[in-house]
Design a binder for this molecule. Structure first.
Ligand code: SF4
Length: 175
């Protein structure tokens, strides 16, 4: 199974799932709305379940493959470059999901808000158009991604003019 992950994300590592800490403080950061998606996207708070539900969802899984990818950008203000990069990251996650065994018990996590539609239906008070395709970010689950990388000895910062996006796959091995 991990070979499928590696095909899509050469930079991947299985990490102990108990190193994933879900913290209210991370959710609180979302409320500051630095990204502009708080309250505007089904894949972001407050549309998402409370963190107790997130913890219960993670507790169902035994293993976790963390995936990450470093992208070059022109500068730390290169929003267009960052959007192109995060779109590629989401496309890779979706392609990986398509290749997973259909009966694999899993939960896929990504980075950032859901960008599948030009405008998210959340702002119109309508249901998500593609709930089966939507991928929620690690951060929106209350996970401090930088700490998670550090505690697992993985690189988060790849140097100036780069951006690193991180996601993961929680899964139960097939018996
Ligand atoms: S699939 Fe569309 S409607 Fe659903 S969360 Fe993503 S952008 Fe919003």
């Amino acid at each position: 199974m991990l070979h499928i992950v590696e095909q899509h994300f050469p930079e991947s590592e299985e990490i102990p799932i108990d190193t994933i800490a879900i913290k209210e403080a991370v959710r609180k950061l979302c409320e500051r709305n630095a990204c502009g998606y708080y309250g505007k996207n089904w894949a972001c708070p407050p549309a998402l379940p409370a963190l107790d539900e997130m913890k219960a969802a993670f507790a169902r899984y035994q293993r976790f493959a963390l995936v990450y990818r470093v992208y070059p950008v022109k500068s730390s203000w290169d929003l267009e470059g960052m959007m192109t990069a995060i779109k590629d990251f989401g496309d890779r996650l979706a392609a990986m999901r398509d290749d997973l065994p259909p009966d694999l018990d899993h939960m896929l996590l990504g980075a950032g808000s859901c960008l599948l539609c030009p405008s998210c239906s959340y702002v119109d008070g309508e249901v998500c158009r593609r709930p089966d395709d939507m991928i929620v970010s690690l951060e929106a689950c209350g996970i401090d991604v930088i700490s998670l990388m550090k505690v697992n000895d993985l690189p988060y910062y790849a140097g100036p003019n780069t951006v690193t996006y991180i996601g993961g796959l929680a899964f139960n091995p097939k018996s």
